[in-house]
Design a protein around this ligand. Structure first.
Ligand SMILES: C[S@@+](CC[C@H](N)C(=O)[O-])C[C@H]1O[C@@H](n2cnc3c(N)ncnc32)[C@H](O)[C@@H]1O
Length: 259
């Protein structure tokens, strides 16, 4: 069993190794790391000047976080999710809070966080405008947001979102590593234009949204799903508005007290 899991892991790694050679790069993770590097660096300088520690939020944290590799430069990593997480799975967090990003505006005090990461969570939000506004309130003036989500303008994503709910749930079971990783997709704010407008309307500034092909990576669990993902990524490689994954960065205006 352990050997099978190991060989499955190796095969997945082997599939992922093929992606740069197929011209499917950069990965969403690479772009997010660059954005977090800049955001955490800027936050660290500010915190040092103000004699305090850096505090960051992973909103919709699940069990994995790109923030953990910046651990040594962050004072406190807080995770929040609408679902509880299995015991021992969020050891990289200093604090874990169960709350709904859309409906729980009092989860954190205003101006708590220097940096907010929201990785593949926007697509699950029923009221993204309220979530963007809450995140803005919880972020310090001058603080940064980095968010990744799916793009409805990719033909496979659009086709998936047009399927009946029960079929969608069954398909998620095929590509996800574990059942607890499958969450219902809503896709209420999932085009480049809608995401940009949603963040700006909530008061975020310097909003930039780029895109990468991420289907092969997300569906690398088996060879058939990986091949479908490679096809989807290759189809949209030269079409930024249609690539599968949107990556947004934004900043809260640098004026204390503005909400
Ligand atoms: C696809 S997972 C992403 C998890 C993790 N951020 C990652 O990148 O692997 C989406 C996460 O968003 C959470 N989520 C969905 N709706 C939410 C909401 N309204 N408030 C907070 N978390 C939510 C889900 O429970 C899930 O953990």
């Amino acid at each position: 069993m352990a050997a099978a899991a190991r060989s499955g892991g190796t095969t997945r790694a082997a599939r992922l190794d093929l992606l740069p050679r197929l011209g499917i790069r950069p990965s969403a993770g690479e772009v997010v790391n660059l954005l977090l590097e800049a955001a955490v660096g800027d936050a660290s300088v500010r915190a040092l000047a103000e004699g305090r520690r850096t505090t960051v939020l992973d909103a919709g944290c699940g069990r994995v976080s790109a923030l953990r590799q910046f651990r040594s430069r962050i004072g406190e990593i807080v995770g929040m999710d609408i679902h509880g997480q299995p015991p021992g799975s969020v050891g990289h967090l200093d604090r874990f809070v169960i709350a709904d990003l859309c409906t729980d505006p009092d989860t954190f005090a205003p101006e708590t966080f220097d940096v907010v990461l929201m990785s593949f969570t926007v697509e699950h939000l029923t009221e993204p405008a309220r979530a963007f506004a809450n995140l803005r309130t919880w972020t310090r003036p001058g603080g940064a947001l980095v968010a990744t989500t799916v793009n409805r303008r990719h033909p496979f994503v659009a086709a998936y979102l047009d399927l009946p709910l029960d079929l969608r749930a069954r398909l998620q079971g095929v590509v996800k590593e574990r059942p607890e990783d499958a969450h219902p997709l809503v896709g209420a704010c999932n085009t480049r234009r809608a995401l940009t407008a949603g963040l700006r309307d909530a008061g975020w500034v310097d909003v930039r949204v780029s895109s990468v092909g991420h289907l092969a990576r997300a569906w690398a669990r088996t060879w058939p799903t990986f091949a479908l993902g490679v096809t989807g990524d290759a189809l949209t490689r030269g079409l930024p508005s249609r690539r599968s994954t949107l990556i947004a960065s934004a900043r809260r205006p640098d004026v204390p007290g503005t909400r």
